[in-house]
Ligand binder design. Structure first.
Ligand SMILES: *Cc1c(COP(=O)(O)O)cnc(C)c1O
Length: 361
């Protein structure tokens, strides 16, 4: 059996260091917003090349707080891709803002920069981009549009730790940017965790207050805040794993290269371009008979996944919110996409086996 993912196996190389990090944190007696969080924040900011990193409880909160930091007027519109994980959309809705969908480019699966301007109105306040599957969006074009219309840019980097566009890492392009360290992500904790990155001092200060009850000085509350703190134990684990993030990404890139080289042309493969350093959080292909293919692979002991089976505007929860915004391109992607095994624990032999079986389909 070739599994799609196995978090125990994925983390196995880090067990010894995790145990040490846990013991150290436990014995320190300091469990919330202490030295471990501070250390990880500094290390991750250094890694991304950003001035600030602020640890929060999870990726959804990172997105919610990132938007909240701007205090946009309720009812303002946020441009967002029509094919993303529901969290991106929820962060907009939870801020009392209105998500406005823009279709993806069918080749990159990321928001189509050419379709953004036609959706901008006098109510638009921001563009929220998602670097889906580990490929950064076309940021030059998007930044130019944002500047022209005086809009804020927020990156959803949940799938793009270490990914680059023109040699700049994800987490640097927006005014403020959100990461998730959900266990399956390229940099994953062993519980929920997240972070915000920014190069803006005052936005960083706002996020620090927002994550901690709106308070900068204990028991003095300046803004209506949240409890969304990264905990010391997860921060300690993340510091351990961050040292291997480049190795994890390189491994995934090696496996992706094998898929790209050997999978037959019947499968629509991810595009590769020299401006983009992709980290393949997900390696997807598209095929008209996706469900049949998934079934066939399962019969041959190969597990796959679908990211995602239902587009946000087709979700029951989005009735009355998104259902008036059609998204034929996102629908096509959701109907045909299949995610292949590409975890840190998979070997080149595993991938060659998947390819051998797939090429007989
Ligand atoms: C995982 C993910 C999130 C949410 O992260 P959580 O830590 O699970 O809250 C947001 N956006 C995208 C694109 C994701 O893949």
């Amino acid at each position: 059996m070739i599994e799609y993912e196995n978090l125990g196996k994925l983390n196995q190389p880090f067990f010894k260091e995790f145990e040490h990090a846990f013991k150290e944190t436990l014995e320190s007696g300091w469990y919330i917003l202490g030295k471990k969080v501070q250390a990880f924040e500094n290390e991750f900011a250094d890694y991304c090349g950003t001035k600030h990193c602020i640890g929060v409880a999870n990726g959804l909160d990172a997105l919610i707080l990132a938007l909240r930091a701007f205090n946009f007027e309720k009812g303002s519109e946020v441009i967002v891709p029509s094919n993303t994980y529901i969290a991106t959309i929820l962060s907009i809705v939870h801020n009392g803002l209105v998500p406005v969908l823009v279709e993806p480019d069918i080749a990159t699966y990321n928001i189509d920069a050419k379709k953004i301007e036609e959706k901008i109105t006098s109510q638009t306040c921001a563009i929220m981009v998602v670097h889906l599957y580990g490929k950064v969006c076309e940021m030059d074009a998007i930044d130019a549009i944002a500047k022209k219309h005086n809009l804020k840019v927020i990156e959803d980097c949940a799938q793009a730790h270490g990914a680059k566009y023109k040699n700049v890492r994800a987490g640097n392009f927006g005014d403020i940017n959100a990461f998730s360290f959900y266990p399956t992500k390229n940099l994953g904790a062993i519980a929920d965790a997240g972070a915000v990155t920014t190069n803006d001092n005052s936005l960083a200060e706002s996020i620090k207050a927002l994550r901690n009850y709106g308070s900068k000085v204990k028991y003095y509350n300046e803004v209506v805040g949240f409890n969304s703190r990264l905990d010391e134990v997860q921060a300690a684990f993340l510091s351990v794993k961050l040292k291997s993030l480049d190795k994890i990404n390189e491994h995934k890139r090696t496996l992706a290269t094998i898929y790209l080289k050997h999978l037959k042309a019947d499968f629509i493969k991810p595009v590769v371009h020299p401006d983009y350093f992709d980290v393949y959080h997900i390696f997807n292909i598209r095929h008209e008979k996706r469900d049949e293919l998934k079934e066939y692979l399962l019969k041959n002991d190969i597990r796959t996944d679908i990211h995602y089976p239902v587009a946000p505007n087709k979700q029951v929860a989005m009735k009355g919110i998104l259902d008036t915004q059609p998204s034929p391109i996102a629908d096509l992607i959701h109907q045909t996409t299949l995610s292949l095994p590409i975890s840190y624990f998979h070997t080149e032999q595993d991938i060659l086996k998947v390819i051998e079986v797939m090429n007989k389909f």
